[in-house]
Design a protein around this ligand. Sequence first.
Ligand code: SIN
Ligand code: CO
Length: 374
Amino acid sequence: MQLLGGLSGEKFLSQIWQKKPLLVRKAIPGFKGVVQAPELFALSSRHDVESRLVSRRRGSWHLEQGPFSRTQIARLPRSGWTLLVHGLNLELPEADALLRRFRFLPYARFDDVMVSYAAAGGGVGPHFDSYDVFLLQGPGQRRWRVGRPREPRLDPKAPLRILSNFRPDKEWLLETGDMLYLPPGWAHDGVALEPSFTYSIGFRAPSHQEVAREFLAFLQDHVALAGTYADRGAKPQRRPAEVPKRMVQHAAVVARRIHWRTADVARFLGEYLSAPKPQTVFSRPRTPRSPARFAALCHARGMRLDLRTRMLFREREFFLNGEQVEPPGRLRRFLARLADERALPPGERLTQPLLGLLHDWYLAGWLRIGERHE
Ligand code: SIN
Ligand code: CO
């Protein structure tokens, strides 16, 4: 794979992934980026798109959260700032296509494509991330310095996580189309040498704490225990404010009755990993087609998942935007193909139960008519 500097997916996963940085020159030859500055400024002015502006003035760091007005953008100085826009893949088909070049990794690990547009001297400062990231250089040059994981010390005065004990081991100048892979925990600092774009293709890994917390929340809706505590055999209370021991013992017995199977954890995980980010809004079709018309149009033009849709599957279960579906066996092949490819060509005849599912997803704005994004 050119994207991985000639390494196969297997080699990359066994030798590099989560182990050490990898610099790939010309990972995407002729890469032009997927967004230009005016479009990026327009995205950063939207309330439903997460954006941040990081600047450094007279040695101190500043952070502003978007959205940004046209006047704010027009007032930016010539140097020393960077504008970050998250979730680019949820807005631009080209950014989604960029993300899906990494499909040798499971979609369950995909986070998003973020872009930074920096003026000369701009950057977010030395820091580390808890995610795996591929830093793909768009137009313009950026110098990256990288240091191995060590006990971090953070600058207490900075409004963002800046390492005060950054010690780089390596330095590279990235040109358009070059890419740097960094495992979690590796410190890095990118500085634009001229106005330049960097695309961060990020991979999430839920922390143990997050899995535990979210699974407990899932269990709340799935545990049903009958019965109520009863005082049978209780003696008169000597200290009325004291919680009776028998009540504690009873609660402990109830707590021990909370059971789950691996299948429950798997269902939780599918729902959790496919849930859209909180700010995601799906747009429903303006003039919804009837099921019959929808089927005819999909047959003629194909269909695709909306850019914001997260679709995963495991064994018999499918997970779409945080919801679990267990379709009849004969639909599974079709749905698994849709989940992998995210778009299907014209020519599919939709049988009744499948049409029922897909039409619902279409009405929710999760699925669209037409194989290609307009
Ligand atoms: C940047 O593009 O400047 C920041 C990306 C990162 O460090 O993860
Ligand atoms: Co970073």
